[in-house]
Design a protein around this ligand. Structure first.
Ligand SMILES: *Cc1c(COP(=O)(O)O)cnc(C)c1O
Length: 384
């Protein structure tokens, strides 16, 4: 029996009947865009995050674009962010005509290195776009203090971090705007694409809402060039069923993370995520590191695990600043050394709420076997 990196159908075992009913209700209502179910989801999501306004949209990517547009970030502006993230983080900055400026990540947390942000701030810097990557919350007290000192806006990329919090306060409530994704593998997953933007500022909320429907302030009166970016009623219905389960789903992720940590702590050749003080980590991913000179050692471990039926994923093998699409920005090899090293060394273990103890133990045993046995020779030869 193989262990998958995630298994989306497992949630149907508990929520299936409720999901079936919610979807059928929308189908038979005839109201597929906007309406009661979407409004209800936005209210519930705002309440669960603890924010005044939640504006739903088509995806996490669109959430970032709408947030930046509403903050009037555009041509000639720079936005400071991390290159160790999903591509959309930077792509959204470029989509509004601004320029992403990449700062290296912290080697312990893999998040934006706040010690290096100040040096990257220049006359064109308008905003910070930190990412709560893998569900780990960034130190938002420090981030906001830094932003205020320099008069910068803050857009939080919470795509992987629904339910995470820093210092007891949910992510998405610290910055000017929080951007969430409901891509199926995220902490709160739809049955398709979806996203949401949170803010405490009613004017920003209104602007984002207008931009998401073609910049329309009232019917067929367009104030700005916008987008067609809406959350389907069908997706809203699915999310409404799942939202009350989010705390227990995250709790299950946290239990898996703790068990992985305890079982793997003495395995040589493996660097575990730094745990300890981070209570608000929602563990969208459990990412280990396999140090080596280049990606070869890590890739071989992945292949070895695959042969044992254990499927892992590399988030992310090429950092954003080294992607071909960003060749024009001129970031050479070695320009963000920690980010580049992580891209060669990270491996995400199977992690989803419904992972069984059996599956988890198979992953642990598989890793022990691979690192103690077959992997010893390649480990030595590649570092020579
Ligand atoms: C998934 C993700 C996005 C984009 O969300 P979509 O809903 O897929 O558009 C943005 N940033 C990060 C960090 C993500 O993981």
């Amino acid at each position: 029996m193989a262990v998958p990196p995630f298994d989306l159908r497992r949630q149907l075992e508990t929520m299936g009947p409720a999901l079936d009913q919610a979807v059928l209700e929308v189908l038979h209502s005839g109201q597929y865009i906007g309406g009661k179910v979407v409004a209800q989801f936005e209210d519930s999501f705002a309440r669960s995050v603890g924010t005044a306004h939640a504006v739903s949209c088509n995806s996490g990517t669109d959430a970032l674009v709408l947030a930046l547009r509403a903050l009037e970030v555009g041509s000639g502006d720079e936005v400071i962010t991390t290159a160790f993230s999903f591509f959309a983080t930077a792509e959204a900055i470029s989509a509004v005509g601004a320029r992403p400026v990449f700062v290296d990540v912290d080697p312990g947390s893999y998040l934006l290195n706040l010690d290096q942000v100040e040096a990257a701030i220049g006359p064109h810097t308008r905003a910070l776009l930190p990412v709560h990557l893998f569900g780990r919350p960034l130190n938002m007290e420090r981030c906001m203090a830094l932003a205020h000192r320099h008069g910068l806006k803050v857009v939080e990329d919470c795509a992987q971090a629904a339910g995470s919090h820093w210092a007891g306060r949910p992510v998405g409530t610290w910055g000017d705007v929080g951007c969430f994704s409901f891509f199926p593998t995220k902490n709160l997953g739809a049955a398709g694409d979806g996203g949401c933007i949170t803010t405490s500022d009613p004017q920003l909320a209104r602007r984002m809402r207008e931009l998401a429907v073609h910049g329309m302030a009232e019917r067929y009166v367009h104030k700005a060039l916008g987008y067609n970016s809406r959350l389907d009623a069908l997706q809203a219905a699915v999310l409404l069923v799942k939202l009350p389960h989010l705390p227990s789903l995250i709790n299950a992720r946290q239990r898996h993370a703790e068990a992985y940590g305890q079982a793997l702590v003495h395995v040589r050749g493996l660097v575990l995520p730094v745990q300890g003080v981070v209570a608000g980590h929602s563990w969208n991913q459990f990412v280990v590191r396999i140090p080596g000179a280049g990606a070869q050692v890590r890739n071989q471990l992945r292949d070895d695990l695959q042969q044992q039926g254990i499927n892992t994923i590399i988030y992310y093998p090429i950092p954003i600043h080294r992607q071909q699409a960003y060749g024009n920005l001129g970031y050479g090899v070695g320009s963000l050394p920690v980010t580049e090293r992580l891209a060669d060394e990270v491996l995400s273990l199977p992690m989803f709420p419904e992972l069984t103890v059996d599956q988890r133990e198979r992953v642990v045993d598989g890793l022990r076997l691979a690192l103690a046995g077959d992997m010893t020779a390649p480990l030595q030869s590649s570092s020579a």
